[in-house]
Ligand binder design. Structure first.
Ligand SMILES: [Zn+2]
Length: 309
């Protein structure tokens, strides 16, 4: 059975990746009346607030005017038949700012319709990559934008290296043993928040290897039966979270204080909503996060995270 996808997943976006190779088609789409532009200013997305927040997509004359001010348009694909483009207007004076407010997507993501959240996350991830890859990492020459904004090619004729948008995989895992699961507190977590363990995958590692290494590094626990659950795009700034359940070999653990502030085993009983302390001294991650879903699934609540749409 197909389980529900996590917030920011982009199943409803037809990326139409083969069209990116056709420069003329890209120009034609961007100048068509159907085009929608997703403006980004310093990693922030444009949202209209008041009541429930809504993503602002620019179209028509306004859209094209703002797109002309941006350095380039990045083809995201089609949503409900309309072509969408991300445009980075950081540091530029445009009329877009009169249409809403630029906010960090994580502040409003859980309140947006799922489809809008996906488009905004995708646009944010792409513009972030472009801003950090203006120069070739091989020879240092300037790179130019090609393939609808999905490649930056080195302009040095002797080099011509193509650079692709990067997504850094991170594993996130709920460690459990019998009727208990292990939740930790990162050093920068808000007071009271406890979550699953997580960490970046290193070169030469499988996801399962990374799960075992990260758990051992953080709490000195050996795990077995590492099973994949689901994944979540996390372009804050450039990750995808790959979620697992992993069984601890024993309840013994030792927190590595260089990595975590604390960790503790919690029983299913302790995690029942009615047993949660009301003073904020313990709470779980937000409902739109894969961390929360991994915990809820282990508790036996199969439903995906609650989000609009
Ligand atoms: Zn180069």
């Amino acid at each position: 059975m197909q389980r529900p996808s996590n917030p920011y997943s982009s199943a409803e976006i037809d990326r139409s990746s083969l069209e990116r190779d056709n420069d003329e088609r890209m120009i034609e789409l961007a100048s068509s009346g159907e085009a929608r532009f997703v403006p980004i200013d310093s990693e922030k997305n444009l949202v209209r607030s008041g009541g429930s927040p809504e993503a602002v997509f620019l179209q028509g004359m306004m859209g094209r005017a703002v797109a002309n001010i941006a350095d380039h348009s990045i083809f995201l694909g089609y949503v409900d038949g309309a072509p969408y483009f991300a445009i980075d207007i950081t540091g530029k004076d445009t009329p877009a700012s009169g249409l809403g407010e630029f906010v960090d997507l994580r502040q409003v993501g859980a309140l947006l319709f799922a489809k809008e959240g996906s488009i905004l996350a995708y646009a944010r991830g792409m513009t972030y990559w472009h801003r950090r890859h203006k120069f070739c990492g091989v020879c240092g020459a300037i790179t130019k934008v090609v393939k609808g904004g999905h490649v930056r090619r080195c302009t040095n004729e002797a080099c011509k290296t193509e650079h692709f948008p990067r997504t850094d995989p991170a594993v996130i895992m709920l460690v459990h043993h019998g009727d208990k699961c292990l939740l930790g507190r990162g050093k920068h977590f808000p007071r009271g928040m406890h979550s699953t363990l997580a960490g970046f995958v290193e070169p030469g590692e499988s996801f399962e290897d990374a799960v075992a290494r990260e758990v051992y590094e953080e709490v000195k626990v050996r795990v077995k039966n590492v099973t994949y659950r689901s994944s979540q795009p996390w372009p804050f700034p450039a990750s995808v979270m790959i979620g697992f359940h992993a069984e601890a070999e024993s309840l013994d653990f030792e927190v590595n204080l260089d990595e975590l502030a604390s960790a503790r085993w919690l029983s299913r009983e302790e995690l029942r909503p009615e047993n949660m302390p009301k003073d904020g001294s313990f709470f779980m991650p937000r409902r739109d996060s894969i961390a929360r879903r991994l915990i809820e699934e282990w508790l036996g609540h199969e439903a995906g995270p609650s989000i609009n749409g």
